[in-house]
Write a protein that binds this ligand. Structure first.
Ligand SMILES: [Zn+2]
Ligand SMILES: [Zn+2]
Length: 374
């Protein structure tokens, strides 16, 4: 009898938790439907308008799933807290207009808008892909809501909701400092190549540029203070990669954009690249045991990047490349044994677990922080 009860409880808890998380996302999505001028990414608005039936359908299905999972959680789990929370969120989403919510155009279009739509869609898609994948193929046994998940979710929220601001800050240095290097004829020749070739070229040149800024973040003490926040996660999963200090994110993107700006790749190749790398960046942090034996020296895999996050001595300052291990091979920083690291995190300090604490920590505690090489 006992195993039946615990299986039912486990299913109920997972259903309740899924309902609460999905219900919270539905409420944020409702806000996007109600206040698109304030909360929806400018560039994406025409796409949503052209596919409004699809958007409403996804919202409708999500609210339905929130209620169904919430009911399952409330009935099956020993503690019905998550299930009832999910049901409550579902009711709030319905009261906000459900799938028929109409936009309130109060102040007209602004030049800046929060990217709340980007946050909701990315979290929905990534959660749907990675939470089940990590449950089925996990490397380590750990909870979905492991230590620090709320902090990482706040990092995820800020980097997605503030995407327009972050992108603007990251594009500025290339435009201000490297206009002299732009050759229009050369850019036309680059953009005229097949898209797949531009995609491959972009991976190679951006990866080379980010290899060096990433290495600088490890070797220059004042830069390490910011990057150490990314390394402070002691448990790896799909959300852990979001833990990036905004200074780290802006500087890395600014350097990454320099070759893209100078070479002038076609926008379609750039968008394909951005979608691909944003997914790949999540993937390499995931709690997945897949080793990809035939590919692991060709592209960065979870095992490759987990070694970059290792606090084991053999993994310190290794595997800087985001995508292509060839750069670590060439510059002598590769480390890819058969096994996995024992421990993750940073050796000499532990930043606070709160989001604001992590934001100000690099500015306040220079004495207590050391680069791994210093
Ligand atoms: Zn690093
Ligand atoms: Zn990482």
């Amino acid at each position: 009898m006992m195993p039946t009860i615990s299986i039912s409880d486990a299913i109920g808890r997972r259903a309740g938790l899924s309902s609460a998380l999905l219900g919270a996302l539905c409420i944020v999505a409702e806000l996007c439907f109600l206040l698109p001028d304030l909360l929806v990414t400018r560039d994406a608005l025409p796409f949503y308008k052209a596919h409004i039936a699809l958007c409403r359908g996804i919202l409708q299905a999500s609210i339905f799933a929130t209620f169904a999972l919430g009911a399952l959680g409330a009935v099956c789990a020993r503690t019905s807290r998550y299930g009832l929370t999910g049901l409550g969120f579902g009711i709030v989403a319905m009261l906000m207009g459900g799938a028929q919510a109409e936009a309130i155009h109060a102040g007209g279009m602004r030049s800046w808008a929060a990217g709340l739509d980007y946050f909701v869609l990315e979290l929905l898609v990534l959660g749907l892909v990675f939470i089940p994948a990590e449950a089925l193929f996990r490397l380590r046994r750990q909870k979905v809501l492991r230590q620090g998940w709320q902090t990482d979710l706040k990092h995820f929220f800020v980097s997605h909701a503030g995407v327009q601001l972050l992108s603007f800050a990251a594009l500025l240095p290339a435009q201000m400092l490297f206009s002299w290097a732009v050759q229009l004829d050369f850019q036309k020749a680059i953009a005229a190549q097949p898209l797949w070739l531009q995609f491959v070229e972009m991976i190679a040149v951006v990866d080379l540029a980010t290899y060096w800024i990433h290495r600088a973040f490890h070797q220059i003490p004042w830069l390490w203070r910011f990057h150490a926040i990314h390394h402070s996660s002691q448990q790896m999963d799909w959300l852990a990669g979001s833990r990036i200090h905004p200074v780290d994110a802006i500087l890395t993107r600014a350097v990454a954009f320099i070759p893209v700006f100078v070479l002038g790749f076609a926008p379609a190749a750039l968008y394909a690249y951005l979608v691909f790398v944003s997914f790949h960046a999540v993937f390499i942090h995931a709690n997945l045991r897949w080793r990809f034996p035939g590919l692991r020296w060709a592209i960065s895999t979870p095992q490759y990047h987990h070694w970059h996050h290792a606090s084991d001595a053999e993994g310190i300052d290794k595997n800087f490349a985001q995508f292509l291990p060839v750069w670590d091979l060439l510059f002598g920083t590769v480390h890819l044994p058969h096994g996995w690291p024992k421990h993750y995190g940073v050796e000499h300090f532990q930043p606070p677990e709160t989001y604001l604490g992590q934001l100000v920590y690099p500015l306040r505690s220079p004495g207590g922080m050391h680069s791994p090489l210093s």
